[in-house]
Design a protein around this ligand. Structure first.
Ligand SMILES: [Zn+2]
Length: 233
């Protein structure tokens, strides 16, 4: 009796440790983060066209490179709203969010200016319009709180992406922008729009069509996503 009790005393801490280890993550697999990348435009919808650069091609190329680079990391699972030159409606892109249930969404675009001068990348997060919960409806308040959390997360991801892209396009950041977007507004996950640069700026266009730049952009975005998840959204 005494012996088995003694054994139990030794066994108990071991059992506790065994149960607690997965919680601390020490023995667990790295957590998989799902990211939905949305290469804007596609198919008939070419997006911005300037000289040899077509927005729909560039966004797709970079999205495919992001998926390729993320595969090397082991803790990022990248899904795409399209992986070929086909159009996708807003409803189809939104449906992809429901299907893949990503931890965040990044939509890729290329900008156009009226003249040749405008240059630089921009990161947009969803426009914040506080909805006033009518009569203290708790469901509406909870929805607002979740929206606030997603907004904070979107801003923190935007900051990481800005820091990453600044290494590829030094001093070309045009700042974080809060703007309404049909894709981001109805979103129930953190989401951003990244305008990679201006196709209408000859210097920037030349850089954007280089494979070296495209890979550097993809790698910068993957690093930014990793940093964002590491900090804990
Ligand atoms: Zn676009």
């Amino acid at each position: 009796m005494k012996g088995s009790r003694l054994k139990f005393i030794f066994f108990l801490p071991a059992l506790l440790l065994y149960c607690l280890l997965p919680m601390t993550g020490a023995a667990a697999q790295p957590k998989m983060h799902v990211v939905l990348i949305d290469p804007a435009h596609g198919g008939e919808d070419k997006g911005v066209v300037s000289d040899k650069l077509r927005e729909k091609d560039l966004t797709l190329k970079i999205a495919l490179l992001i998926r390729q680079e993320a595969q090397k990391k082991g803790n990022l699972q990248v899904q795409l709203t399209r992986d070929s030159d086909r159009g996708a409606t807003l409803a189809e892109r939104t449906a992809a969010v429901a299907r893949f249930k990503p931890d965040c969404l990044v939509s890729l675009h290329v900008n156009a200016g009226f003249g040749k001068k405008a240059a630089g990348y921009e990161v947009y997060f969803p426009g914040f319009r506080q909805t006033v919960a009518g009569g203290g409806d708790s469901a509406a308040i909870l929805k607002d709180m979740a929206k606030n959390k997603h907004l904070n997360d979107s801003v923190s991801l935007a900051q990481q992406i800005q820091a990453g892209l600044d290494k590829v396009f030094p001093r070309k950041g045009r700042g974080l922008r809060d703007a309404p977007s049909p894709l981001l507004d109805g979103l129930n996950v953190p989401g951003l729009i990244v305008e990679l640069g201006f196709a209408t700026n000859p210097e920037e266009r030349k850089k954007l069509v280089e494979e070296e730049t495209q890979l550097a952009v993809a790698q910068a975005l993957v690093r930014a996503l990793q940093a964002y998840f590491q900090k804990g959204p």
